[in-house]
Structures are given as structure tokens and as C-alpha cells.
Design a binder for this molecule. Structure first.
Ligand SMILES: Nc1ncnc2c1ncn2[C@@H]1O[C@H](COP(=O)(O)OP(=O)(O)OP(=O)(O)O)[C@@H](O)[C@H]1O
Ligand SMILES: [Mg+2]
Length: 323
């Protein structure tokens, strides 16, 4: 099966006055049709930067440094903005931005805000836009009256549903969901996850699902992609990463050990000592080595490549004895 999206050795850095922040630093992976990849990692590891890069919308002062983003075998990085708007952004790949539901403008109705996205990214007229908005509100379980309401008149879950509907208007194949359930209570979280599963089946979507919440990720993802300091450190099947066997990267193991469980975990939660590195001058060798209790000589000098450690399972760690 051909991949829907192929990222090859992508580097996207933020060129700040203090230096280049190497937020995406050599990332490669493929997304298959109908697949959900869960992107996890600590705050600041580059999840949102990867999402906006894939959308061909890196936030200033972010710029692509190298690599390719192949959509239907066409690299979207060098495409003129006009072509990206016509063929790619929202039409092929859309994104539910981190915190989007809290960024709705309080003085405009939901309808006006949804319509603006629709009109800006397509040549659709006002009447057709209303029809389309009502149709899509139906898919996310909202009544058409919502269009006349202001954001403060909606619950968090309703706002997030409206944001999700907006991301689907132009029938994308890939939807990047950046923390779509953060700040929602667990019941609403579960409703949104179930809604996403339903929409995915109905519209044959593929997802890149970004979250801090590993338990939630396990619930929706086919494969799990673990990022640390601008790089992928482990990528494998959900069942393998969250299964009985230990993950192949110590960072993934530590993330899992730091995840709270409701039952059967009487011990204290473990945290990862230290903090994520400064991405202007990241540590030499493996970027996780200063915080890794299993690091040895080579880890501090040489960067481990992301290699297949068993079929379909990649990791970037010298402990796996390869590379
Ligand atoms: N516009 C920007 N200018 C400069 N640096 C940025 C910018 N946006 C992000 N960064 C830096 O890039 C790195 C990756 O940030 P990013 O927001 O992608 O992380 P994240 O994994 O999404 O974090 P979180 O889980 O907190 O949302 C961080 O070091 C961050 O400070
Ligand atoms: Mg983020």
C-alpha cells in the first residue's frame, strides 16, 4: 500500500535572535491511508512544530532547512503558496490547532467564524456555505442553531465539535489533531474520541493525533510515534509500545512509568529527572543521554540513528546494539 504522506529527513528551525531553535531536526515517517499515528512527547519536543510544518504553515520565525514532505509523491515544501492553498491546505491536510476552541473570537458568532474559514479557503458562496456548515454540524452532533451563538454560550465540548467540523469542510484526507481534548473533562474527552473515530470511518480519514496523554493515545492510535527534543526516538505499533514487553527506547519507558494509572499502581509515580534540552544547542550524542539512567560512553558522543529494531518497530538508541 502506498503512503498518503511521507516525511523525509525534515528539518524546520526557528531562527530567533538567540540562534536557531532546532525544533524539527531530521524527522522521517510515513502515514498510511486510514491510519492514526499518535504523536507523544514532553512539552517542547516539537509536536506542534511538526504539525504546522506538515500543513506547510510553520510559525514565524520558523523555516524549512532540509527534507521533503511528500503528499501523493509531490514535495509540498517548494510549492508556491497559491498552489498549497488550492490543493493542499484544508483540502488534503487540515489541522485542529492546539487550544483552537479557546481562540474563538468572543464577539463573533460561531457561524461567522466557521464561514470565514470556508470562504477564505474555497470559492464557495455565502448560501452554499451555510448549507455546508449545517451539514457538517450535523456530523459532529450539533444543531444548526449553534451558528447564531457566541463562543461563551457553548460548552467546551460543543466548541471543540465546531472546531472539528470546520477542519472537515473541505474534505481533507489527513487531519492533524493537536491536543484536541486537553482542557475537557474525561466524559467529554471520551465523547470527542468516539466522535473522531466515527468521523474517521465515515470520511475515510487518516489522523495524526498529538497529545500528552498516553492513555488517550493508546485508545485511538494504530501506531505511536515518540518525539524527544525535535527527533523521533521510537515508532511502532500501539500494541507493541503499550504491550507487556518494554519499549525499545528508555525515554518511552520513562514516559510510560510517569503515566498515572487508576488501579494497580501503588508505587509513587516516577518522573524523568532534569528538563528537556535547549534546542538552540542540544546535547551531543543522544539528546536524551543527560537524563537517561542507562546511558553509556557512546550515547554522549554519537547520535543514534532511528533504525528498525524488529519488523515495523523503529528506535534510536545504542542499547539496541545496532546502527
Ligand atoms: N514561534 C516560535 N519561535 C521560536 N521558538 C518556537 C516557536 N514555536 C515553538 N518554538 C520552540 O520550538 C520547540 C518545540 O515547540 P512545540 O510547540 O513544537 O512543542 P510541543 O511538543 O508542541 O509542546 P507542547 O506539548 O507544550 O505543546 C520548543 O523549544 C519551543 O520553545
Ligand atoms: Mg504543542
Amino acid at each position: 500500500m502506498n503512503s498518503l504522506l511521507r516525511i523525509e529527513n525534515l528539518q524546520m528551525h526557528y531562527f530567533t535572535s538567540k540562534g536557531a531553535v532546532r525544533a524539527i531536526d531530521g524527522v522521517s515517517f510515513e502515514l498510511m491511508p486510514g491510519e492514526t499515528i499518535g504523536l507523544v512527547g514532553e512539552s517542547g519536543c516539537g509536536k506542534t512544530s511538526l504539525g504546522t510544518s506538515i500543513l506547510r504553515m510553520p510559525t514565524p520565525p520558523g523555516r524549512y532547512v532540509s527534507g521533503r514532505i511528500l503528499v501523493d509523491d509531490v514535495d509540498v515544501i517548494p510549492l508556491p503558496e497559491k498552489e498549497v492553498r488550492r490543493d493542499i491546505r484544508w483540502r488534503k491536510i487540515s489541522m485542529v490547532f492546539q487550544g483552537a476552541m479557546n481562540c474563538l473570537t468572543p464577539v463573533y458568532t460561531i457561524g461567522r467564524q466557521m464561514r470565514e474559514t470556508l470562504v477564505e479557503h474555497s470559492d464557495i458562496g455565502k448560501i452554499d456555505a451555510t448549507k455546508l456548515m449545517e451539514e457538517y454540524l450535523g456530523y459532529v452532533g450539533l444543531a444548526p442553531e449553534i451558528l447564531e451563538r457566541y463562543p461563551h454560550e457553548l460548552s467546551g465540548g460543543m466548541k471543540q465539535r465546531a472546531v472539528i467540523a470546520t477542519a472537515l469542510f473541505l474534505k481533507p484526507e489527513i487531519v492533524i489533531l493537536d491536543e484536541p481534548t486537553t482542557a475537557l473533562d474525561v466524559i467529554v474527552q471520551a465523547q470527542i474520541i468516539n466522535l473522531l473515530k466515527k468521523l474517521k470511518a465515515r470520511f475515510k480519514l487518516s489522523f495524526i493525533f498529538i497529545t500528552h496523554d498516553l492513555a488517550l493515545e493508546a485508545e485511538i492510535s494504530d501506531r505511536i510515534c515518540v518525539m524527544y527534543a525535535g527527533k523521533i526516538v521510537e515508532l511502532g505499533a500501539n500494541a507493541r509500545i503499550y504491550g507487556a514487553k518494554a519499549p525499545a527506547h528508555p525515554y518511552t519507558s520513562r514516559l510510560l512509568a510517569a503515566t498515572p494509572r487508576l488501579f494497580g499502581n501503588a508505587d509513587q509515580l516516577q518522573f524523568i529527572p532534569g528538563t528537556t534540552p535547549d534546542l538552540i544547542s542540544p546535547p551531543e550524542g543522544c539528546r536524551f543521554s543527560p537524563r537517561c539512567d542507562r546511558a553509556f560512553g557512546r550515547c554522549f558522543q554519537e547520535e543514534p540513528p532511528l533504525v528498525e529494531v524488529e519488523p515495523g518497530h523503529m528506535a534510536a538508541c545504542w542499547l539496541n546494539g545496532r546502527g
